[in-house]
Design a protein around this ligand. Structure first.
Ligand SMILES: Cc1cc2nc3c(=O)[nH]c(=O)nc-3n(C[C@H](O)[C@H](O)[C@H](O)COP(=O)(O)OP(=O)(O)OC[C@H]3O[C@@H](n4cnc5c(N)ncnc54)[C@H](O)[C@@H]3O)c2cc1C
Length: 461
């Protein structure tokens, strides 16, 4: 007798669930075939869409028994192909787990299921008189589960820290269906290991995050928003130091865009607020003392840290300045074959890194386009190479990052894109410990196989 294929056995086992819980054929097609990286696409074998933790647990237990590989999906806005299916994988998508509890104003927390979008959390926080400390351009689609799984950074890390800093507690479903964790608003809990930290940033290879208790913060106070041009990345760094020291309030954002990227943004139809030369800076300071910031900026101009600068005079102007920064994603999407590197480096090491890497790329890949933007305040640059030789570009850029003492992923995670390069920045012992954790929590390796951990033999390209 021919054995029943594992996925058919799965469908039979879950046959009592409503139609929305299990998609096959065209319904499981293009919509679930890729994340936002833009270079890979593969429809999953089927899509499992649990309505709650109990259903998620049951689905995973079945996949575990049948040894069916599972790709975990939130909003598929990830930029490392972590949520992009590989051939033969079943997608487990959290898009039906969208319950959001009312804000608890006493503990200043809110409990969300994994599929709730970041924007809904932000709006709920605001409606209750609070703020939420994480913001990214993909806020409308990125989910709470995805933010936690990637430990997302974003636009306000300089002030508020990464997603990890906003997670009070979480619930996770392990590969065999066991449910772990207590979702409760306890700011302090030192009873044994803090297991939630293991799952935050683990990109779905250790378990599936199902519910999260998030910390809220006071609403953001008055902001002064500036857009300026600095002669170089070193002078931009000097300005950042000046603002951090003397601005009279916390710097809540400090974003940079290099000239090549800015030209691409202008080509989309935006107008430059200052002369489009050098490093463009969008920064915000939480203070009501606009005059003081203005004075400080005049001193920065005299010191050569800025060649030009403007302040937003209204909410509309502020939005227009942020639209320039958010134009980066659109400008990257308009490139022919962009390869994105989400690197982290000490700010002091950036000038040499940028000069040397550009020279190496120009020598090896003379037709490649290079454009850089990022969160300078966090030492995080998005280094984009438009090239048809992604392997060579990765060897040059990531090799240079490692040599400069940096990291190959500051915020987007490794997914399938960068897993093979992990040995550049982690020791053999560190990787052995990571593998041991994977073996302990997912012994059959059904969860997001091929992501995060490097393949046993080095990659050839
Ligand atoms: C325009 C744009 C701007 C962006 N800006 C930023 C930024 O500033 N900072 C930043 O850090 N990122 C940024 N990103 C990347 C992306 O939005 C984040 O990585 C986000 O956290 C992904 O959330 P998601 O729900 O879309 O996850 P997905 O893309 O669906 O998944 C991402 C990874 O997490 C895993 N995963 C998803 N849900 C779960 C879960 N519930 N449990 C376990 N694993 C899970 C997936 O398997 C995958 O490996 C940006 C993306 C875009 C398109």
């Amino acid at each position: 007798m021919t054995p029943v294929p594992a996925h058919e056995a799965l469908f039979a086992e879950l046959a009592d669930l409503p139609a929305a819980a299990l998609l096959t054929g065209a319904a499981a097609g293009a919509a679930y075939a890729a994340d936002a990286t833009g270079n890979l696409m593969q429809p999953p074998l089927a899509v499992l869409r649990p309505a709650d933790t109990a259903e998620l647990s049951r689905m995973l237990a079945a996949c575990h028994r049948l040894r069916l590989p599972v790709v975990v999906q939130g909003g598929r806005t990830g930029l490392s192909n972590g949520a992009t299916p590989r051939r033969g994988e079943v997608a487990l998508c959290l898009d039906r787990m969208t319950a959001l509890a009312p804000v608890d104003p006493v503990s200043a927390t809110v409990v969300a299921e994994a599929g709730v979008s970041l924007q809904r959390v932000q709006e709920a926080a605001e409606a209750a008189g609070f703020g939420f400390g994480v913001d990214i351009g993909a806020r409308g689609s990125a989910t709470v589960g995805g933010l936690c799984a990637t430990n997302a950074g974003g636009l306000n890390v300089i002030r508020n820290g990464m997603t990890r800093a906003h997670v009070v507690s979480l619930e996770v479903v392990l590969a065999d269906g066991r449910v772990l964790g207590h979702v409760r608003p306890l700011a302090k809990d030192n009873s044994g290991f803090d297991l939630k930290q293991l799952f935050i940033g683990s990109e779905g290879v250790l378990g599936i995050i199902s519910r999260v208790c998030l910390a809220l913060r006071p609403p953001v106070g008055p902001l002064v928003t500036l857009f300026g041009a600095a002669p170089g990345i070193d002078t931009a760094g000097a300005l950042l130091a000046r603002l951090r020291r003397d601005a009279g309030g916390p710097v809540t954002a400090f974003e940079v865009i290099d000239e090549a990227m800015f030209q691409r943004i202008l080509a989309l139809g935006h107008r430059p607020p200052v002369a489009p030369e050098g490093i463009q800076i969008l920064a915000e300071i939480e203070t009501a003392d606009r005059d003081h910031v203005q004075e400080l900026l005049m001193r920065a101009v005299e010191a050569g840290e800025l060649s030009d600068v403007v302040l937003a005079a209204s909410g509309a102007q502020r939005q227009a300045l942020w639209a320039l920064r958010e134009g980066c994603a659109e400008a990257v999407a308009a490139m022919a074959a962009p390869v994105g590197f989400d690197i982290g480096l000490p700010v002091a090491a950036m000038p040499d890194f940028l000069t040397e890497t550009r020279a190496r790329l120009a020598a090896a890949l003379p037709n490649a386009g290079i454009a850089v933007f990022g969160h300078l305040g966090d030492g995080n640059l998005h280094y984009i190479v438009d090239t048809d030789a992604p392997g060579e570009a990765a060897r040059i850029v990531l090799g240079a990052v490692a040599a400069a003492g940096g990291t190959i992923s500051a915020e987007h995670g490794l997914g399938r894109e960068k897993a093979g390069y992990l040995p550049l920045v982690r020791s053999a012992d560190e990787i052995a410990v990571m593998r041991a954790m994977k073996d302990a929590l997912d012994p059959a390796h059904i969860l997001n196989p091929g992501r995060v951990l490097p393949p046993p033999t080095p990659l050839n390209d």
